[in-house]
Structures are given as structure tokens and as C-alpha cells.
Design a protein around this ligand. Sequence first.
Ligand code: PMP
Length: 408
Amino acid sequence: ELLPGSDAALRARARQVIPGGLWGHLNAAKLPEGYPQFFAEAEGCRLRDVDGRETIDFMCSWGPIVLGHKHAVVEAAARAQAERGDTMNGPAPVLVELAELMVQMIPHADWILLGKNGTDATTACVTIARAATGRRKILVARGSYHGAVPWCSPSVAGVTAEDRAHLIQFDYNDTDSLDRAVAEAGADFAGIIVTAFRHDFARDQELATADFARHARQVCDTTGAALILDDVRAGFRIDLAGSWEPLGVRPDLSAYSKAIANGHPLAAMAGGERFREAATQVYTTGSFWCGAVPMAAALATLQELKRIDGPERMRAMGQRLRDGLAILARRHNLAVNQTGPAQMPLMTFVGDVDWKMGDAFCSEALRHGAYFHPRHNMFLSCAHGEADIDAALVAAEAGFAAVKRSIG
Ligand code: PMP
């Protein structure tokens, strides 16, 4: 007999009425043993699952939570807009304010369009690149994730060859392979879509090299193709001006979502003057795309991130976590790789081919109050303070001890 309302009871009911128990990336069946599926509450950097267990959150809803769960300023702005109206026959004034702020924050942007999900933004950018150039071929890095529709889904179920007929793959950070893809595209080269850094699932992360980013910019400049930065995952955590700004490379089009509205549903496509006409012609819309509440939340989120220098705060706390993990790993004589930007860290165990060590680490850390992920990049938020990181490191210590026990 399962306790009504418990995680186990909810999962059993969900299995009856939801295929696979849950769609997509948040399905707990893909997580280490002991991870909850259902949550009761969240505040700041703390989660409480339906079984009453509290954990320090290092996934931040897989990106959207950038200031912390239920952030007072963002929620006040969202509530104030909700009292006036949300989904109406047209947008509220906040659309213009948000668009002006983004055009001011993001140097390559002269205009923005809004949507709901990251996939809306990446797909619209690809469509705009094709409309602007009159060409078809899109260059995509092997293994990169750009969304959950047939042109880019990691699953091939229900996908036809025609859906992907005009994609050409290259290897991330490999300029020779990019050149080969450009040559293959020839006169039909419409654009390159590339993530801010290499954050493929179940693989150590790799920062984009300046050489690679510059090369991508250059091949687009010489051919007239569009450089599309998929900043859905990294956007507003690395640099508020765009994640390739520190590399000195500006894209033609960029796709945002996740962190833009601290958990409220919103995506944005940003682009330069050259693509304005195509962005006007392409039919991008949806029933909820002019909802005003997420826009008000986004305006408040971006202003707050700017005010407190959110990216630097997350970097500092991510580095504190990373330094602490390195010390603990050494103390337990365990070799780990820590990769990616500190704001979006990943720690894997060297030689952990079947993920047993990573899973053992995470399951035990969870029991001690830290919600980590063994093979997807994690996310810091501005709600993580030094005491939270230090508490998470205590949980990590238990995780390392469990790994040590599991390998004998
Ligand atoms: N691009 C990247 C780089 C992403 O990380 C994601 C989401 N994980 C997407 C696109 C798709 O975003 P969404 O899930 O909001 O459609």
C-alpha cells in the first residue's frame, strides 16, 4: 500500500495516465536511484519534494531559475501584471520595455521576437536564416542539443529523413571539420547554429575556443550565411551581453529561453538589422506568445541580474563549489574531471564508464541534502550563498565516501 500523495503513489498513478510516467528531460527514471519525481515547494536554492525531503538545488529546474525560486522582486512584477491582464488581444506595454532593454543589453541585437520555449527560438532563428539568405543548409555540431522538434530532437522516433535533409554536421571546436561542412553546403549555406559552449549530455563539457568562435564568424562573413548562437542554456549566466561576448564574437541571431524570466515561460530571438526583414516575413507566433506576465517577469529578472551582476555572483559560488569538490575528491583519492563554466559546472569521475560512481555519488549526496546531477551540467543561481555551498559540500563528502565504499 502506497501512502497517498507520496512520490511513489503519484508515480504509480502517473504511469497509468502519462506515457512513460513523464515526458522528456525531467523524467526521474533517468536520474540516479532515490531521486524524487514530484516536488511540493521551492524557495531560493532549496527544494522540498512531496515526501518532505529538503535539498539544496543545483539543477535550478535545468536552467530557468537564475535568481532563485520564488524571487520576491520577480514574483511581485508578475503578480502586478497578472492583476492587469496576461493573455489579451495584444501585448501589454511591458513588451516594448522588455524589447528595448534586451536591444540595449545585447550588442548584436537590433530587434527581438518572443516565444515560449527554447525550441521556438532555435527553430525561428533557423527559419529566419533561411528566409534571409534564400538558402537551405544549416550546419549543426554533432551531439549538440537544440530542442525537441523533428529537425533537432535527439530521438529519431517519428522523425523522417526529410526533416533533417538540409542539416550538415561538424565537430564542435574543430575548425577543419567546420570548413568541410561549409564546403559541402556550398552555395546553399544558410547558417551555422552553435551552442555557447559544448554541453552535450553525458560528456565532459568544453568551452568554446576563441579561435573556433572567430572562425565561425569569419566563414559566415565571407559567405553571407547567418551565425546563430543557441544561448538557450547558457544565456544570462555567462554574460548579460551574450555568451560569446567574452570571446569577442557577435552572432547574427541568438536564441534565448530558460533563465530569461526566472522560471516564467518565455523565449527570445534576437537579431541584427540585416535579418529584420526576414524576421518580419517569417510567421512566428503562438496562442500564448503575447502573454504579459512572463514578459513582466523577464523585465524584472534581467534588471535584477544587471543590478547585482548575477553572472559574477554565480561564477563565484560555482567556483567555491568546484574548489570544495576538488579538495574532497583528493582527500578521498578519487580522480574527477570538472568542466564547463563555474556557473554551469559538471563533475564526472575518471574511468566511470557505466556511470556507477557518478550515480553513487549523487544518490548519497541527495540523502544528505544536495541535489546534484552526474552527467548533465548543473546550474548555479544567485540565491546560492556561501553557507549553501558549504552545506552542499558536506553532502558531497558523504557522496565521495559512498563512491569509495562502492569501489571497495
Ligand atoms: N537549446 C539548448 C542549448 C538547450 O539547452 C535547450 C533546452 N535544454 C533547448 C535549446 C530547447 O529549449 P526548450 O526545452 O525550452 O525548448
